[in-house]
Design a protein around this ligand. Structure first.
Ligand code: NAD
Length: 231
């Protein structure tokens, strides 16, 4: 089976009711990045950061996967599918995708503020100040904040370098180093970009742009891929 790598961003979860960051009505209109998604914010006002992510967790738990998530999982019948997501929600997994790399962490998990490798599942939606790791340090959301290293990046690069087909869906390609992944896709493989507002992509070389929402564009693309590459 051919290896299909799907690189997703906030846009793929938009039709599940989870706000993106940069679209109008998106999260950054309500919150400044530096107030909620940086180590400095955590040092200055951990209660506020905790509350911001508690709300994100509540929303993610209530959301359901949409047609875009489901069709990516369906493609596992025809391809070896690796999903690399910038999303912190678990909608890919809940749709049935088995191989998912989360570049920016997972909202349903916490990690020790002192020991990054101590990671726990959170029961329910709320992580509280006073909740501690086994070594006694405050737990923080298991999120890669702006300015922090992206530990899964090397793994993601390996997967992209080995891809036979590469799909990018629902990302503005504004967040680095994640957006650099496009540079690692082999030149000769087919590449597709599904996004209703695909502004930046032209700087990344040859890639077929499908100017649609994920819920429509991905099922149409999946049908073509199955016909073209598996028969
Ligand atoms: P972004 O907000 O910068 O860009 C969203 C992209 O999605 C835009 O290009 C937009 O045109 C597109 N989009 C909007 N509706 C769409 C739809 N229905 N179908 C397909 N595409 C659609 O998001 P980003 O590029 O992922 O980067 C921002 C960061 O935000 C990421 O690091 C991610 O961790 C974080 N984030 C995650 C979630 C989540 O987990 N669901 C939600 C918001 C933000």
């Amino acid at each position: 089976m051919k290896r299909l790598v799907v690189f997703t961003g906030a846009g793929i979860s938009a039709e599940s009711g989870i706000k993106t960051f940069r679209d109008s009505g998106g999260l950054w209109e309500e919150h400044k990045i530096e107030d909620v998604a940086t180590p400095q914010a955590w040092a200055k006002n951990p209660e506020m950061v905790q509350e911001f992510y508690n709300q994100r967790r509540k929303q993610a738990l209530e959301a359901k996967p949409n047609a875009g998530h489901f069709v990516i999982a369906e493609l596992q019948k025809h391809f070896v599918v690796h999903v690399i997501t910038q999303n912190i929600d678990d909608l890919h997994e809940r749709a049935g995708s088995k191989k998912v790399v989360h570049l920016h962490g997972e909202i349903k998990k916490s990690r020790s503020s002192a020991y990054p490798n101590l990671i726990y599942n959170i029961k329910g939606w709320e992580l509280k100040m006073g909740d501690r790791c086994e070594k006694g340090y405050q737990l923080r959301p298991y999120i890669v904040w702006f300015g922090e290293a992206v530990p899964e990046m090397d793994n993601a690069i390996d997967l992209v370098q080995q891809a036979d087909i590469f799909i990018v869906a629902g990302t503005s390609l504004n967040v680095y180093p994640a957006a650099n992944l496009l540079d690692y896709a082999p030149n000769e493989i087919p590449k597709f970009y599904v996004d209703p507002n695909p502004d930046l992509v032209y700087s990344f070389g040859e890639i077929r742009v499908i100017k649609e929402k994920a819920g429509k564009g991905l099922p149409e693309l999946a049908e073509k891929l199955v016909k073209e590459f598996t028969t």
